[in-house]
Write a protein that binds this ligand. Structure first.
Ligand SMILES: [Zn+2]
Length: 313
C-alpha cells in the first residue's frame, strides 16, 4: 500500500513539474507504474476476499457434518447424592473442562454438546458459572408450566439471566406429561402453547424442544412439527451426524459416571456408544411390554428417585 501511495505521489509531482519531453516520458512511466500497482492490489484484495469466503464456506460445511454427541443433565448439587440424576458440581466442572477442550480442538472426531432438561434452579446457580468458566454453551429445555411455580425450578427472571449469558433456551413441554399419552388438545398445550409462552417471555424464537421422558411416536413427531419445532431432542444415546438432523439423540448423564468413561464414549473406536444404543432398544421393548406406569415404578426403585424428581428421561 505504501508503495502504491508513493508511486501515485511521485507520478503526480512529476506530472506537475514536467515541461520537457524527457520529463513527460518519466511522468507517463510513473503513472503506468502506479496503475500497475493499483491493478495488482485490487487483484490481491479480490483474491483475499474470495479465499476468506471459501474458507468460511468450507468450515461451515465441515462443521455441518461434524459428529456431535449430546449429553443430557438434569440437576447439580455440591454434595454427593444417591439420586442418579444428580451430578456433583465438582464432577460437572471436570466434565466441562474436557468438553470445552474438545469443542475447541479442530481434530476432535466427535464434539460433545451439553443439554439440561426440566429447568432446575441448580442449572443457573451451579451449572452456569462452570459453563462460563470453560466457555461452553449449553441448551436448557424448560418445563414451561413449572417456571416460577414449582419450588426448586427457575423463574422467568432466571431464564432471562441464562439467555443473557448466551445460553440457548428450548421447550420441554408444559406439564412434563409424556407426549405419547396426550390427546390432540393436550398436545397443543404441551407443544405450541409452551413454545409461544417461552417466545413471549424471552423475546426470541424457540425452535428446539426435548421430549419429556424421551417418549415419542409418529403422531407426537408430527405434532412437534406442526407446533413449529425444527429440532427434537430425544433420550436415545446416538451421534448427531449433521447439524440439521431433525431428531437429535442424547446420552443421559448420571452421578458417578467417570471422566475416563466419558472420554471413551466420545471415541467412536471404543464402540461404547453402539453398546449403549443396543441397551436403549432393549429398554424400549421393556417400556412397551411393562407399560409406562410399571416401568416408571421400576425405574424409580433402581434409580432411587426422590419424591419431586423427574420421570425417566
Ligand atoms: Zn424431563
Amino acid at each position: 500500500m505504501g508503495q502504491v501511495v508513493s508511486a501515485i505521489k511521485l507520478a503526480r509531482s512529476t506530472e506537475a513539474t514536467a515541461n520537457c519531453n524527457y520529463e513527460q516520458c518519466a511522468t507517463q512511466d510513473s503513472m503506468q507504474m502506479a496503475n500497475n500497482l493499483l491493478v495488482r492490489r485490487q487483484t490481491f484484495v479480490s483474491l483475499a476476499i474470495r479465499w476468506n469466503v471459501a474458507t468460511i464456506m468450507i468450515w461451515r460445511e465441515q462443521n455441518k457434518h461434524m459428529q456431535r454427541l449430546h449429553f443430557l443433565y438434569h440437576e447439580l448439587r455440591t454434595e454427593d447424592s444417591s439420586y442418579s440424576y444428580v451430578v456433583k458440581s465438582s464432577e460437572f466442572s471436570r466434565q466441562m473442562k474436557l468438553f470445552g477442550e474438545m469443542q475447541r480442538a479442530t481434530q476432535s472426531e466427535v464434539v460433545p454438546e451439553v443439554t439440561f432438561d426440566d429447568g432446575h434452579i441448580s442449572n443457573l446457580h451451579l451449572a452456569l458459572p462452570i459453563l462460563q468458566e470453560q466457555a461452553v454453551r449449553a441448551r436448557f429445555f424448560i418445563t414451561v408450566g413449572w417456571t416460577g411455580r414449582r419450588d426448586g425450578y427457575m423463574g422467568w427472571t432466571d431464564l432471562r439471566e441464562l439467555q443473557a449469558a448466551q445460553q440457548e433456551i428450548g421447550a420441554h413441554g408444559w406439564t412434563h406429561t409424556l407426549l405419547t399419552h396426550c390427546n390432540a388438545t393436550q398436545l397443543q398445550t404441551e407443544l405450541k402453547d409452551a413454545r409461544l409462552k417461552l417466545e413471549d417471555e424471552l423475546g426470541a424464537p424457540v425452535p428446539t424442544m426435548s421430549l419429556p421422558g424421551g417418549r415419542y411416536n409418529k403422531r407426537v413427531l408430527e405434532a412437534c412439527r406442526e407446533a413449529g419445532y425444527k429440532q427434537i431432542f430425544t433420550s436415545i444415546p446416538q451421534l448427531q451426524r449433521s447439524s440439521d438432523e431433525e431428531l437429535v439423540g442424547r446420552l443421559n448423564v448420571v452421578g458417578g459416571m467417570s471422566l475416563e468413561w466419558m472420554e471413551r464414549v466420545l471415541d467412536p473406536a471404543s464402540g461404547l456408544l453402539n453398546g449403549l444404543a443396543r441397551k436403549d432398544k432393549v429398554k424400549g421393548v421393556a417400556k412397551s411390554v411393562l407399560g409406562d406406569v410399571l416401568y416408571a415404578r421400576l425405574w424409580a426403585l433402581v434409580n432411587r428417585s426422590e419424591p419431586q424428581s423427574d420421570e425417566p428421561a
